[in-house]
Design a protein around this ligand. Sequence first.
Ligand code: MRU
Length: 363
Amino acid sequence: MTDAASSYSTLRWDNGRLLLLDQTALPDEERMIECRSYRDVADAIRTMKIRGAPAIGVAGAYGLALGAREIAARDREEFTRQLRAIASALLQTRPTAVNLRWALERALTVLDRFPSATVDALRDRLLDEAHAIAHEDVATNRAIGEHGASLMAPGERVLTYCNTGSLATVDYGTALGIIRTAHERGKRPLVYVCETRPYLQGARLTSWELLRYGIPGSLITDNAAGYFMSRGQVDRIIVGADRIAANGDVANKIGTYSLAVLARAHEIPFIVAAPLSTVDFRTPDGTAIPIEERRPEEVTHLAGVRVAPERMPALNPAFDVTPNHLVTAIVTDAGIAYPPFSHSLADLAKVPLGGAGDRRVAR
Ligand code: MRU
């Protein structure tokens, strides 16, 4: 991976390479990096140069397209075998966000859809599919924004968590997309941005986005959220999701669960925003969602500076699960789901109750 010319977009395909805005350098530096191989993409996802469930799904699809170009085999069977191994390597980078699996599986459908295509043609189809997934992501987010903003009254004070904006998607965002739509519709939302320890997606990334869009907001520490709720200063909480189980249990950034409990205690609506591709109908409930454990150094250090005594062990689960009974509504691109979610989500996705298709990428 090397540096490339700077101009802001979360990710874009450019002449045989994938350009990514390096999110580890924000907010101080807007630096694009280039990925020329699937290993570059896998590394960028693993090290969170790109992050956010929809964005890593799209990056994964482009990674597969890059990988297809790296396979020397001309024989379709051997090409397919190696392509599946690359998909599996990409899938292993981050386990919780199901959008990565969803995008890789969708890209692999070209193998079934073009049974007599040559290896060269398959390479082109894989790139077309990655472009299609990227393109659709923006329309999906716009739809989430419209549905979600319809819930909001003028002047609402909204608390959000982590980063769910343009940086977490191809463009526009999910939970932050709702806030953006409300702002664009003149509803004058006021945003509380939780800093989101340990990786500080709120402080570093959501703050950076809000300033760009001119949306008024304040950064607060994560542990100040209850204080503002108790004073009646929060009207709504809107968060994103990395995986939503078939019953509506929601895996999202660590700390989301605590916010949901606080929201219930203060009778504040707790809204989850996500594309339907984040709903995993193969996972019946939250107990089956794999939770990523990241390096202890993200906890013992702040912006690279050690804040805990040397040798102090630390635990660093990157996500938690909010049980469905704490969720007021799930806003998707297809509409808004209300409890009981096992029915409303299946209805929106038009899948039979209790399951979905079974096309899998081997882990
Ligand atoms: O670890 P991250 O930064 O990838 O976690 C991101 C989140 O938890 C987001 O809330 C989620 O992916 C939704 S992004 C639209």
